[in-house]
Ligand binder design. Structure first.
Ligand code: MG
Length: 241
């Protein structure tokens, strides 16, 4: 069973439901997922992203994995859902980054790594869309990482209890495989990330921790179709405007 949010086809209101196969259930109604406009599956108050958390990706950008998780934020205004357009900022070089996103289920602070599962609602896919030109000169990565549409999320949340780790992550551009990784290569594990981040700030239900990207990042151009796929969760598809 997966958790989704979508627009009700008759009244146009956002609704949460569960999905099994291609059927979506909400209250006493059943829909076919193909007929629905899916929304981002959660409404974060913040997205906490982890940089350089896979050694092979850190290396391809000429960096090392840091001693402590390298953290940055994306605001809620960066979020888009499945099939929403990524609008490129005015930049020579914008890249995709396929990531496993952890969705928080409970308000929490100072969570021990051993208790991380208790505050985890589940997992979804994220594309950490990044402006590399801004990232080169800007220390805080606000222009590089926080622009509108820089956080495609979805299509669904796989509940924590149903998840089988590690996750296999792939990314395709126009059908061509560009990234192929596994969360078994995460340098800082998900429980360690939750412990580290919740020691800094209160996490709220729906908040997202983006766990980093494996090797293979590359450019996005207007007209591209980008897909992040995580086994067991689904495929997050977006076009680039
Ligand atoms: Mg990233």
């Amino acid at each position: 069973m997966l958790l989704v949010r979508f627009i009700h086809p008759s009244n146009g209101l956002p609704l949460a439901g569960t999905m099994q196969g291609s059927s979506v259930f909400a209250g006493d109604e059943t829909f076919s997922v193909d007929a629905l406009e899916l929304l981002a599956p959660c409404i974060p108050t913040k997205i906490v992203c982890v940089g350089r958390n896979y050694a092979d990706h850190a290396k391809e950008l000429g960096n090392k994995v840091p001693d402590k998780p390298l953290l940055f934020l994306k605001p809620p205004s960066a979020v888009i859902g499945p099939e929403e357009a990524i609008v490129l900022p005015d930049s020579e070089r914008v890249q995709y980054e396929a990531e496993l996103a952890v969705v928080i289920g409970k308000r929490c602070k100072n969570v021990a790594a051993s208790e991380a599962g208790d505050v985890t609602l589940g997992y979804t896919c994220m594309n950490d869309v990044s402006d590399r030109v801004a990232q080169q000169w800007e220390t805080n990565w606000v222009r590089a990482k926080a622009f509108d549409t820089s956080a495609p999320l979805g299509p669904a949340i796989l509940p924590y209890r149903e998840a089988v780790e590690p996750f296999h992550i792939t990314l395709r551009v126009n059908g061509e495989l560009r990234q192929d990784g596994t969360t078994s290569d995460l340098f800082f594990s998900i429980p360690v990330l939750i412990e580290t981040i919740s020691a800094i700030m209160t996490l709220e239900p729906g908040d997202v921790i983006a766990t980093g990207t494996p090797a293979g990042v590359g450019e996005l151009h207007s007209g591209d179709r980008v897909e992040v796929e995580i086994e067991g969760i689904g495929i997050l598809r977006n076009s680039v405007e």
